[in-house]
Design a protein around this ligand. Structure first.
Ligand code: ADE
Length: 269
């Protein structure tokens, strides 16, 4: 299984740094992740390459025009994954496209608009999306996108939280990162093992405290149980610390977790 993302944005260079480091870099090198960045502006044909316009009905702000977005998404998604508009063809030599005729888009490629109005992202949604082999992400900018993008092009809308970003780009990166680390083979064994019942991915409990050397730092010692060598005792202690931390910080998460009778007894203390 591998994943291909087609990302539609007015600011493709915002993605270059994040995609060139660490896990996402290694996932691409291993052939488990590929990302094609598509500059929406390259799909304009007017001399000033305009992608936004004033809202009907008046009011402030600018709205992203539908044609460049439809043209970009329909051109790319009717071609194989990995296809990109040759840079020299931008603006001047675009493939033919009929603004009035909807292109036959693949049914198995979600077309996701990043917007604060979308479904609020959580680990269950990340897992659901990680099962697709190709996803299209549209990054909104300005005060919003023309509603026809929602009604006729987009199949899903995702928000990464109840706050407003200046555009969907950072949200798209969050989605790429969270989805990619679920693709088998992307994480090494040590990282992957944490993907179990009590992962920090909020699939379960929050993780408890963790320590590495030195044993004493600024007068604070590592809990001796971690040095005891009793794997059973260590596992039980970690479970209890995770339960405590979750109870203290995110009691709402406890409802979603399968608690053993031993867990319940511990929490009642
Ligand atoms: N664009 C602006 N704010 C956003 C958010 N919170 N989530 C996703 N996309 C956004």
């Amino acid at each position: 299984h591998s994943i291909h993302f087609d990302i539609f944005t007015l600011f493709p260079s915002m993605f270059c740094g994040p995609l060139s480091e660490s896990i996402l870099k290694r996932a691409q090198e291993k052939g488990l992740l590929s990302v094609a960045l598509h500059d929406i502006r390259a799909y304009t044909t007017d001399r000033h390459h305009i992608c936004d316009d004033t809202p009907y009905g008046g009011g402030g702000g600018m709205i992203m025009k539908p044609e460049p977005i439809f043209r970009a998404v329909e051109t790319v998604l009717t071609r194989p994954p990995g296809w990109q508009l040759p840079p020299e063809d931008a603006f001047v030599n675009l493939p033919p496209w009929d603004p009035e005729a909807p292109a036959p888009l693949p049914a198995d490629v979600p077309i996701i608009l990043l917007t604060p109005q979308g479904r609020r992202l959580n680990q269950a949604i990340v897992t659901e999306l990680s099962h697709f082999s190709r996803l299209a992400l549209i990054c909104g900018r300005y005060e919003g996108v023309d509603e026809r993008v929602r009604t006729q092009l987009v199949s899903d809308e995702i928000s990464i939280g109840d706050y407003v970003l200046s555009g969907g780009e950072l949200a798209a990166m969050v989605l790429v990162d969270a989805i990619t680390r679920l693709v088998p083979g992307v994480l090494g064994y040590a990282e992957g093992a944490q993907q179990d019942s009590y992962s920090p991915g909020l699939g379960g409990l929050l993780e408890g405290p963790q320590y590495t050397r030195p044993y004493t730092f600024r007068g604070e010692q590592v809990p001796d149980i971690l040095l005891s060598g009793h794997h059973g005792h260590v596992a039980r202690w970690r479970r209890e610390q995770a339960l405590l931390r979750t109870l203290q910080r995110r009691p709402d998460l406890l409802q979603m977790v399968n608690l053993s009778e031993e867990d319940r007894a511990f929490l009642r203390r």
